[in-house]
Structure formats: C-alpha cells, structure tokens
Design a protein around this ligand. Structure first.
Ligand SMILES: [Zn+2]
Length: 370
C-alpha cells in the first residue's frame, strides 16, 4: 500500500513528515507561483525570469513555505516539551500542519503558551524574510523573501482567529479557562468561536466567487471552512461524550453484551434465527462491528440468503466511541443522528455493554429506577 504519511526525518526527536495530500498543494502552489513570477518585469519592461527560472524559484519558494510551517509547528512543540508534554509527530497536510501531543495541556497557562508559540514563530519568520528581502538585493531573493514575509504574516494572523481548532481558538480557550477555572467551559467557548470563524470564512469564500468570478480564490476558503467546522464539531462531540456528571453516565444503564454472531452468518439466517435484533458481529475473539435493526434493507431481498451479515454491519470504528462515563444526553443525540436504537459501549478498545434507546431516554429524563 502507498503510505499516507511520508517521513522526512526527526528534529528534537520528533518525527516530521507530510501527508500525501500535501503533495497536491505543493504542486498547485508551485504552478501558481511560477505563473505569477513569470509575469514580473523590470521597470524597463524586460522580463525578470525565464519560464524555467520562474519554475525553479517557485519550487524553492514552496519548499521554503514547507519549512516555515514545520518551524511554526516546532514552536508549539518546543513549548509543549518545556511543559513536560511529549510530542508524537509533526505532519504537514493539505490544510497546513499539525503537531500531535501525547496529552492535553495541564494548565491554562501551559495551553496559552503552547498555542501562541506557533503564530509567534510565523511573525518572527515574516520579519526575518522581510529583512532578507532588503539585504540580499537580487531579483530572485527579493521576490522569494517578499512572498515568504507576506505569507508568514498572513499565516500568523489567520491562525490567531479565536476559533478552535485554530491556535487562536486554543489561546481563547486558555483565557476563558484561566478566568473561569473551567477547562471544559474554555473548550466550549472556543468551539463556538470555531464555528463562527468557519461560517465567516465560508461566507467570505462565497463573496469571492460572486464578486470576482475567481472560483479558486473562493473555493479554497470554503474548503478550509468546512475542515474547521467539522473539526470543531467533532471535538465538541468528543468533549460531550467524555465528560458527564456521575448521575447521567450511561455505564449505569448498559446491559451485558450478548454472544456475537459469526461474520459468515447470512443475512437471512440473522433475520430468521435472531428476529433481526441488534447484535455484535465478529470473528473468533474479535468484534468487528454490529448489526442495527433494519440493516438488511441495505441489500436486495433476493440477495439476503447468500450475502453474509458483514455486508450490512456497521464497523465499530466508524462511530464515535461511547464509554461507560459518557453522558446520556450526548449518547441520545448520537443515536438520533445515526438513527440507531442500540449502541455499543466501549472501554479500552473492548465492547463492554449495550445501550437501548429507551433506557438512555429514561436516564436523561431522570427516570432511572435501577
Ligand atoms: Zn499553530
């Protein structure tokens, strides 16, 4: 298989790599820069760069941007290491870069400094590139360093927008956390900010398309906006599922797991012997997924005697993980969203229980009698 992330080395012991999706951006950016550089001419009208020279300069500039983003992520990482948080990896992808840390910041102060370090590096790089553009006065270095100064300035400012998952959202989270003393309150404010930033960015993209007919200039902000919005939403769901007061934790009402169906059982056998009820599906000791009531409808009636249940089962990994400590309301919303009447409870990678929608509903309404 073609690897999704290509490793390029280590800095401070942190593996650095890029996701294959970054190659697309690298190619597109080199091409856009090359055509921009080809259009540059001296005051006397003479063209500054031949097409091959413009292309070479564009590739070098795109690589320097790659290095700038790695330095931005290293900024976050060095401060995280300072607070004793291990950094697992730095990866560049289509929407920028990400430094994956072993755990969350322990205090609001640590969160603040880890988050702001990246944009501070970008601003420092913008300043250095601006100076280099003035000190090394050749056409190629002026063009390259001026562009890098501008893009690093834009990256620093954009990342400071106060919405999760942007750095500014984490700064915002740290400030709310510091003032209220509640990390989760900080996160929910930052998530709200993230949704607003995403909507604003999408609106701006639409405006670009309508007003300038420049589709590329508009589609890009919309793509980034949808990435930001879905990340903010995913984090919100994760946060809601992981934190709940003791009285509303679904672990109180989950029931034992039935023995699971073997994956080679046919759909018809499941309907006939088990009445089509919700069941886990697995092979040997491993659970792979589960059959939801009505799942047989994914396959035509005349196929059900020959198709195995795995053809219509929902893979376990495709759903947000509910743990015994998850809150009832979050789980109920989840069941509604995926239209499921029952839901597996997972603890340390193992299915430990089942939830029925009626029971979760009762838990949420305070009707727990058990
Ligand atoms: Zn950052």
């Amino acid at each position: 298989m073609f690897p999704q992330t290509i490793s390029i080395g280590r800095v401070f012991g942190i593996p650095i790599g890029f996701h294959t999706s970054w190659l697309l951006i690298f190619g597109l950016l080199s091409w856009l820069l090359a055509s921009e550089f080809q259009g540059i001419s001296y005051p006397n009208g003479e063209i500054a760069f031949s097409p091959p020279a413009a292309l070479l300069l564009a590739v070098v500039t795109a690589l320097a941007l790659f290095a700038s983003i790695v330095l931005h992520e290293l900024g976050h990482s060095v401060v995280a290491l300072h607070y004793g948080i291990a950094v697992r990896s730095i990866t560049l992808h289509v929407f920028g870069g990400v430094a994956v840390t072993e755990r969350d910041a322990p205090t609001a102060t640590a969160e603040f400094w880890i988050a702001i370090a990246g944009p501070l590096v970008s601003f420092a790089l913008a300043g250095i590139c601006w100076l280099l553009a003035h000190w090394i006065a050749t056409p190629a270095t002026i063009v390259m360093f001026s562009w890098l100064a501008r893009i690093n300035l834009v990256l620093g400012i954009f990342n400071l927008l106060p919405g999760f998952p942007l750095d500014g959202g984490r700064v915002f989270r740290a400030i709310v956390w510091g003032i209220t003393g509640s990390a989760s309150k900080g996160l929910s404010w930052a998530i709200g900010g993230g949704k607003l930033v995403a909507l604003g960015l999408a609106g701006w993209g639409v405006l670009q398309i309508v007003s300038s007919n420049n589709v590329l200039a508009g589609v890009w902000p919309i793509l980034i906006a949808s990435f930001l919005y879905s990340t903010a939403k995913g984090t919100e769901l994760f946060a809601r599922l992981s934190a709940s007061d003791a009285a509303h934790q679904v672990g109180l009402i989950m029931r034992d797991v039935d023995p699971w169906l073997s994956g080679d059982t046919t759909i018809a056998q499941w309907l006939e012997r088990e009445g089509g009820r919700t069941l886990l599906v697995g092979n040997g000791d491993t659970v792979n997924g589960f059959l939801a009531r009505g799942a047989e409808r994914k396959v035509a009636e005349n196929q059900r005697a020959s198709q195995p249940v795995t053809a219509v089962a929902t893979p376990l990994g495709s759903l947000p993980a509910v743990t015994p400590a998850s809150g009832g309301q979050a789980v109920l919303d989840l069941m509604q969203q995926f239209n499921l009447d029952s839901y597996p409870v997972i603890d340390r990678g193992r299915v430990v229980g089942w939830l029925e929608r009626d029971a979760v509903d009762a838990l949420v309404r305070g009707g727990l009698t058990a």
